[in-house]
Design a protein around this ligand. Structure first.
Ligand code: COA
Length: 258
């Protein structure tokens, strides 16, 4: 695919996807969403990529939401299709076998917060601003925010964020568990790459298995989640990565993942 709205770069096993529509504060239109889905699939299939990072171009915004300029003509069936494709994007992130980290470098409003929430976790610049302001437009979050936000911050805080549409600064996002880490804006990229490389040093097979277990378990009763954990845990013992990881430990050397 030719990417018009994204910049793609692979750096030391980390696939970096930068949403690049700075004039619209990286707002998500349909073309950008389609490109994101394609880039995620591409990096997920690329053996040189162990971790994927999603970020926004420029200093001002991660993603300032869905592209509002398309709303006036959208209508009900257009909105249904738009929500579908938004959900497809979030599913592409969650179903990727590689961890996807959101590097939130500025405004992450509406679909921006929802995109970040679909990622495995969030690192934020101290300039980041989260929020779900859709109710101020007479709509509400339609890219998964009504379902995913409460898993990170609890139902009470999620309701307050969605009902008020209030902007949440980075330090508050950290306190409520929306972001894992907040760093000065000029250190965000290094902090994310450092974390991605810590992950990339581990068994890709184990990471893929445990991502799947965590995501599937999140929507299941405990006993069903534990059953999936048990099955996948046992499966690891049949893998070359397990043999290599354990042998490397016993031989006091670094593992070499094949
Ligand atoms: N969709 C389309 N364009 C957007 C956009 C969006 N979600 N968010 C920002 N833009 C555009 C603006 O229209 C403006 O374009 P222009 O220069 O051609 O007029 C440009 O990005 C800069 O935005 P502007 O509003 O001038 O910047 P600001 O610093 O005053 O405010 C925000 C920044 C993020 C607070 C403000 O742009 C905003 O509230 N955006 C909408 C957020 C939102 O409601 N998202 C949920 C959508 S469902």
């Amino acid at each position: 695919m030719i990417y018009v709205n994204l910049l793609l770069e692979i750096k030391d096993n980390v696939g970096i996807i930068t949403i690049n529509r700075p004039k619209a504060l990286n707002a998500l239109n349909i073309d950008t969403i389609n490109e994101l889905i394609s880039a995620l699939k591409e990096y997920n299939a690329d053996k040189n990529v162990r971790v994927i990072v999603v970020t926004g171009a420029g200093e001002k915004a991660f993603v300032a939401g869905a592209d509002i300029t398309s709303f006036p003509k959208m209508g009900r069936s257009g909105a249904d299709q738009f929500a579908h494709i938004g959900h497809d994007l979030m599913r592409a992130i969650e179903s990727a076998s590689k961890p996807v980290i959101a590097a939130v470098n500025g405004f992450a409003l509406g679909g921006g917060t929802e995109l970040a929430l679909a990622c495995d976790f969030i690192y934020a610049a101290d300039t980041a601003v989260f929020g779900l302001p859709e109710v101020s437009l007479g709509i509400f979050p339609g890219f998964g925010g009504t379902q995913r936000l409460n898993k990170n911050v609890g139902l009470g805080f999620a309701r307050e964020m969605i009902f008020t549409g209030r902007k949440i600064p980075a330090d508050e996002a950290l306190r409520v568990g929306l972001a894992n880490k907040v760093v000065p804006a000029n250190e965000l990229s290094n902090a994310v790459i450092k974390c991605a490389q810590e992950i990339a040093a581990n068994s890709p097979v184990a990471i893929a298995a445990v991502k799947d277990v965590i995501n599937r378990g999140a929507t299941l009763p405990l006993n069903e989640g534990l059953a999936i954990e048990r099955t996948k845990f046992a499966e690891c013992f049949d893998t070359l990565d397990m043999k290599e990881g354990v042998a490397a430990f016993l031989e006091r050397r670094k593992p070499v993942w094949k």
